[in-house]
Design a protein around this ligand. Structure first.
Ligand SMILES: NC(=O)c1ccc[n+]([C@@H]2O[C@H](COP(=O)([O-])OP(=O)(O)OC[C@H]3O[C@@H](n4cnc5c(N)ncnc54)[C@H](OP(=O)(O)O)[C@@H]3O)[C@@H](O)[C@H]2O)c1
Length: 248
């Protein structure tokens, strides 16, 4: 792991991220946060497609701003790290625009808060990429594999979810196919796998903390979704888990 330079800003940044790691999962799970990702969707605020576009396109801008100085002369390693974050947020932007079938509007405040969180994550990876790992090592290769597995799996399950709704429907159904047999949010599992890949490519302590904060958020959200499925569908299989088959 590449430890940050301990400037005042970086210390505060680390402390805030560490606090998020500890608090965001429980806050989401126990319902104190009405996130853009809750089921059912909030229902007022911005049209969901617009909200999610803002939420995912802003980090792309942040990434470019963080990297524009060194990109013209970037090394292959720096390009791979940059490309991973670029592909992740481009994919989510395109999915928000063309794949997901949202049921209702989405909260403006949450769009801004989550957009800010993602933007700092994208900016941080792009900025710290000035000091990349010195050479391609086995962990870097594992990072590429995890990243590609993460985005492919995440896309696959988003496609299955989109297939649940006919054009005009806003209803909820029990998802089927692949890991949906064992968990309600396999797309979250693959989101975590993808960011674990980015963390291995970047290797900076701030990127690891961002990964842990996202994991905390997704676990809270996944457990909440599981409770919602159990309460909503009478015949819901009792042994199904939230994110990790047979375990969590
Ligand atoms: N990095 C992070 O911290 C983080 C956190 C959360 C999400 N994300 C990313 O965002 C992605 C999407 O997350 P999400 O929480 O929005 O996923 P989600 O709640 O599963 O929703 C994805 C889409 O599928 C629809 N949907 C979900 N369950 C459905 C069901 N049972 N029947 C019919 N339609 C259903 C949703 O409709 P509605 O419009 O009704 O919701 C929405 O359009 C994640 O896979 C992940 O990549 C990242």
């Amino acid at each position: 792991m590449i430890l940050t330079e301990w400037t005042t800003f970086n210390i505060i940044h680390h402390v805030v991220l560490a606090a998020l790691v500890i608090t965001v999962g429980p806050v989401v799970y126990f319902g104190q946060s009405n996130s853009n990702y809750n089921k059912p969707r909030a229902g007022n605020g911005l049209p969901a497609r617009l909200g999610m576009f803002i939420l995912y396109a802003t980090p792309l801008l942040a990434l470019f701003l963080s990297a524009k100085d060194y990109l013209p002369s970037a090394s292959a390693i720096q390009w791979i790290v940059f490309a991973a974050v670029f592909v992740h947020f481009s994919k989510r932007t395109l999915e928000s625009l063309f794949l997901h079938k949202y049921s209702r509007a989405t909260s403006l405040v949450n769009t801004l808060v989550i957009g800010f969180f993602y933007s700092q994550a994208a900016f941080t990876v792009g900025w710290l990429n000035r000091n990349p790992v010195p050479a391609v090592d086995p962990l870097f290769i594992v990072g590429i594999i995890l990243f590609l597995t993460g985005i492919s799996g995440n896309y696959y399950y988003h496609k299955l979810l989109a297939g649940l709704r006919k054009e005009s429907s806003a209803g909820y159904f029990i998802p089927k196919g692949g890991l949906f047999r064992y968990v309600v949010c396999p797309h979250y599992l693959f989101e975590i796998v993808g960011w674990a890949g980015i963390a291995l490519l970047s290797r900076h302590s701030t990127t690891w903390l961002n990964l842990l904060a996202m994991t905390s958020f997704l676990v809270g959200q996944g457990l909440r979704a599981l409770s919602w499925y159990r309460a909503t569908f009478k015949d819901f299989p009792k042994d199904k888990k939230a994110i990790l088959p047979f375990i969590l």
